[in-house]
Ligand binder design. Structure first.
Ligand code: FAD
Length: 478
């Protein structure tokens, strides 16, 4: 009970017994698998920093619900200060782990449910908000991590859920019982599902009449019977399994496909069941929160990329080259614009009927559009500054080989005062930050594809107000 240490978190993950497959094999010891461990360690950092002087004030906050100190990743925002702190914390963490720490999605689900379950109850007199609050107390008291089960596999994108030839292409309720519901379907790209104690499911899109069985939200432990985690391939995963040329000493990211093979959910864990018109509110609210989280964390990752680029300039003897300094400036302003946009989204937040604070959607989506384009530009600049060894540095195994190792160490040296091993390590980090597909692809598709951000911006912006302003200046009266 209370705030977990890193070790207590790791132990709590060890105690779980999820069904997991990776590279065609069943994995029974998740925590000691080097590929999964690196991902779990990134989430463990969110527990570790709660006990570090440098971070404690940002991470640890008081929950008005249980009147105890909690980790901020379990607290739906209750003020503008909370919204701002989310962004600052994500930036610090992105910088600390250099990849995705995987814990923001759970908070984004909790924040969404704390708004939308209340609204559903107001309209239908249902009991979802109470279910959610009981779940939230459990999460806060036990300092749990949640995973966002949002993205359905979706089958034919041109068809709504109920018109798919295979009705299971969107997760749905296949049975309603006195004690709960049975659900079937699959969620793709489930960031950190095995680093999580709970899987929190929300619908992936707006739904209409006819889609009632797909309008479902709930939370279940990640080792619930019938839940199957199939860990995805990622560009550098084999290196973690081999234990060499890894690049980032401890942290990584993985995104399983999650199959719900007729999974039972008790009613007290259900947060929506059939209220189709609220699916859209769930998705839009989650996406806006998640796009804000991304901006903070990706600004923190650019900070690491800037640090790596500057270090390689020192190691390569190029630190005085003015065109490289210009490129570093171009990286810095991209990080700060992203950060600034997410801070602005927070400062413009508004209190919702349930009491939770919600960010400005247009600003949050503007930041995600910026991320989709500018993260890859920041990566391009980092690679430009660093040099070609980002791509094809000899393996550590060659460096340790008694015949060619000494020759490689001689020829891979940069400036004389820097040990060759340090130069190699920094190149590996740059390679990891540039090419870790599980993380870099999320710059574009994580939290929804770019077109989804653009559509939200268009829908949420007051276009008529802009026209009125222009007409007034032009002297047009209608
Ligand atoms: C690294 C990574 C981590 C992720 N983590 C999570 C997570 O933790 N939890 C989670 O739930 N999801 C997660 N996602 C999923 C992410 O939200 C989706 O990838 C995103 O919403 C896009 O969905 P999709 O991949 O199915 O692509 P698609 O929906 O197939 O989109 C591909 C392209 O087609 C376009 N398109 C699709 N349908 C239509 C249509 N009907 N009409 C016109 N254009 C269309 C899209 O705009 C896009 O450009 C993650 C994704 C990535 C890559």
């Amino acid at each position: 009970m209370g705030l977990k240490t890193r070790e207590e978190y790791l132990e709590s993950i060890r105690e779980m017994n999820p069904t997991v497959y990776m590279f065609g094999e069943r994995i029974t010891n998740v925590l000691d698998n080097p590929r999964l461990r690196a991902g779990i360690e990134a989430t463990a950092a969110t527990y570790e920093i709660a006990h570090m002087d440098e971070f404690r004030d940002l991470v640890v906050t008081e929950s008005p619900l249980i009147n105890e100190p909690v980790n901020r990743f379990t607290l739906p925002p209750g003020s503008i200060e909370d919204l701002v702190a989310r962004v600052k914390l994500n930036r610090k963490l992105g910088n600390y782990v250099g990849t995705c720490h995987q814990r923001c999605t759970g908070l984004d689900c909790l924040s969404t449910l704390s708004i939308v379950t209340y609204n559903i109850d107001q309209k239908y007199g249902t009991n979802y908000y109470n279910n959610f609050i009981e779940f939230l107390k459990h999460v806060q008291k036990n300092d749990l991590t949640g995973n966002a089960g949002v993205t359905d596999v979706k089958g034919d994108r041109s068809l709504p859920p109920h018109k798919q030839p295979d009705k299971d292409m969107y997760l749905r309720v296949v049975e309603k019982r006195d004690d709960g519901i049975v659900v079937r379907g699959a969620k793709a790209h489930q960031t950190g599902s095995l680093s999580s104690h709970e899987i929190i499911v929300l619908p992936t899109r707006a739904l209409r009449e006819g889609d009632e069985e797909y309008a479902v939200s709930f939370a279940i432990p990640s080792d619930t019977p019938g839940l199957i985690h199939v860990v995805g391939r990622s560009s550098l995963d084999k290196r973690e399994i081999d234990g060499c040329d890894i690049g980032n000493i401890r942290y990584s990211k993985y995104c399983p496909t999650l199959i719900f093979n007729d999974v039972f959910v008790p009613w007290e864990r259900v947060f929506m069941c059939g209220e189709v018109e609220f699916a859209s509110q769930m998705v839009v609210t989650f996406s806006a929160f998640h796009r804000q989280s991304h901006g903070g964390c990706k600004a923190g990752k650019i900070d690491c990329m800037i640090g790596a680029a500057l270090t390689l300039m020192d190691y390569n003897g190029t630190s005085k080259a003015s065109h490289l300094k210009q490129k570093v400036i171009d990286m810095i302003h991209r990080a700060e614009t992203l950060y600034g946009c997410c801070l602005a989204a927070s400062y413009e937040g508004k209190k919702q009927p349930s009491g939770t604070y919600y960010i400005d959607t247009v600003l949050a989506n503007a930041s995600k559009i910026h991320e989709g384009k500018e993260m890859s530009e920041a990566i391009r600049l980092m690679v430009d500054v660093s040099g070609g060894f980002v791509s094809d540095l000899p393996s550590d195994k060659d460096l340790e080989n008694p015949e060619i190792g000494p020759l490689l160490k001689k020829y891979l040296k940069g400036v004389d005062s820097v040990p060759v091993e340090n130069r190699i390590k920094m190149y590996r980090l740059v390679e990891k930050m540039a090419m870790e597909s599980a993380d870099t692809i999320s710059d574009i598709h994580g939290g929804g594809s770019p077109e989804a951000h653009r559509i939200t911006i268009l829908r949420e912006t007051d276009l008529e107000a802009k026209k009125r302003a222009a007409k007034r200046l032009a002297g047009i009266e209608e």
